[in-house]
Write a protein that binds this ligand. Structure first.
Ligand code: SAH
Length: 187
């Protein structure tokens, strides 16, 4: 995993997803070198970079111009540009033009989560996976309900990480906000 501190950052763009969370996302996605990944909401490119190291091809999509820019800069920094197509646009529009894929990773949806999941599900290969990372309570509930409505069986993992900060008297543990990963396979 790439350490959080090594990413180029823009204060206007969220991410990168913390290293330990990226670890679990990679594990739950079961990504392999044969997989085509569609990532909605690439932000800083934290997950994009990890998928790019492991998958055959990645489509990284973000509606925000600055996010697309910083993701491209990070891909360049780590020499992973060739396998990734970074696309600026809204998830629903861009999904229209992608034919089929093995993994749909949704890291941002701005209120359109059910439609993005439904459109993605149509194009997802059998045995393909949908993953949603959420910081909001409402998003995780919506992800679970939408998966169930599509006949999928969601796996829900809530991750709370504390990291040690070295201070004069010892190591102080500081908590990060919990992140929930909701994932399911297309049967
Ligand atoms: N996982 C990223 C951070 C994601 S932040 C990382 O590790 O760096 C969520 C992103 O989703 C934001 O950049 C936001 O612009 C994008 N987003 C939200 N709704 C979207 C939509 N409907 N279509 C495309 N991108 C979207």
């Amino acid at each position: 995993m790439i350490p959080d501190k090594d990413f180029i950052k823009n204060p206007e763009v969220p991410g990168p997803t913390k290293e330990e969370i990226r670890c679990v996302v990679m594990c739950k996605s079961k990504v392999s070198s044969d997989d085509v990944v569609v990532e909605i909401g690439c932000g800083t490119g934290g997950l994009t970079l990890e998928f790019a190291k492991r998958a055959k091809m990645v489509y990284a999509i973000d509606k925000d111009v600055e996010a697309v820019k910083i993701t491209r800069e990070n891909l360049k920094k780590f020499g992973r540009e060739e396998k990734v197509q970074v696309i600026q646009g809204d998830a629903l529009d861009v999904l229209e033009n992608i034919t089929s894929f093995d993994i749909l990773m949704i890291g941002g949806s701005s209120g359109d989560l059910p439609s993005i999941m439904e459109k993605g599900y149509e194009k997802l290969k059998i045995n393909g996976r949908i993953l949603v990372t959420s910081i909001l309570l409402e998003t995780r509930v919506e992800a679970v309900k939408t998966m169930q409505a599509m006949g999928m069986v969601p796996d829900v993992v809530d991750i709370s990480i504390s990291k040690g900060k070295i201070i004069e008297r010892g190591t102080m543990m500081l908590g990060n906000n919990p992140v929930t990963i909701v994932s399911a396979e297309k049967l």
